[in-house]
Design a protein around this ligand. Sequence first.
Ligand code: GLC
Length: 420
Amino acid sequence: MTKLLKNAQKTLLNNRRSGYTLPTNNKLYPAQWNWDSAFIALGYSHFNLNFALEEINTLLKGQWKDGMIPHILFHDKNTKYFPNHTVWNCGNKIASSGITQPPIIVSVLRQILEGNKISKKQKGRVKEIVKKLKKYIEWFIKFRDPKKNGLISILHPWESGYDNSSIWDDPMSKVKVEKNLKYKRGDIKVVNPEQRPLKTDYDRYVTIKNHLKANKYNPTKLYKISKFNVIDIGFNSIFLRALKDLIILLKRYNISYSNLKKFSKKSEKQLTKLYDSKKDIFYAYDVKNKKKIIVPSITNFFILYADIKNNLLNKKIIKSLKKYNKGKKYIFSSIKPDHKSFEEKRYWRGPIWINCNWIIYQGLKNKDKIFSSYVKKKTIGLVNKKGFHEYYSCKSGNAMGAYNFSWSAALYLDLVLNKN
Ligand code: GLC
């Protein structure tokens, strides 16, 4: 085993607390995050299956009664983090945030199960996990697509996982900041502020969050009145893939799935309609303001991960992806470098993120062997050179944000060790 693989394991183990793992060992994110935990579990599955299942189990302990799995679980309450548990003031059994994140945990679970031998004892545990994930996916359908259009809304940019992406610029510009807003950010004390979201962004994040809280996180009501309601391509792609993987898992464990199949078909059809063939781009839809959002974000290419059954469209998407960072030494920038909103260092507005590359690679590998191998090689090469950081400049490759970042280590393990 190479030194870096050992370091990747060490990074995860050093960030591990009781039953869950922090996104990093510095002070930036002192809690358990939803999609981070999914990636982290995948990393563990390459050297400790029990830790992988435990990571998922702990996350599911925080599931709300209605099925939602929060985006943050605050196991440790003595934290200076903002927004901490007192600010959200909610949770079921474990203090949590009141919003969710991309449900990639479902697909990751399937991948873990297919890559490992599961003991009889573990099988029982897994069946319980699958039942809970079914409830989670049904929660999205019930509350985030109440009209059953086949597309899921997010009600806060934080739900996407790509917090300050330029995709949200237009809908966020319409959010009127609450008067006398009081909060203290901790992130800009730990990381250079030029690599983090702006104050105007935070003012709006907090305004939306306060509104969700004032409405007691009531999912039925908030779909209609939230200050932010967007159908995003990346999120819906991860959701659709989760739905497909869930159906496979439900079949395997003899749990009913009939209503999900219908929704999955509809979702695939509707998602495909968000492709603008003239501009050769997928667009997000601002439900609140009834407006298309056209921003060239790498997350639009998560559509490949959804594995839609349309070869012609997949080919077009891949062609367009090949042009996205053409001739660049490092791939993939979170926003296309020639777009007016691109910023080399500012978080989700330009830097390279290992989880995005990993999702794209997963989507490509059964569609374009040569290009997918290239993406894998470039991603591994960047981490080999710069280590496990939160994000990287697409111009210089320089590492930014938090160091010892768990999902960069976990996905490095998967990219290097997974032979599929
Ligand atoms: C930031 C990221 C989000 C991630 C979290 C913890 O909020 O935008 O994607 O889950 O940090 O790493």
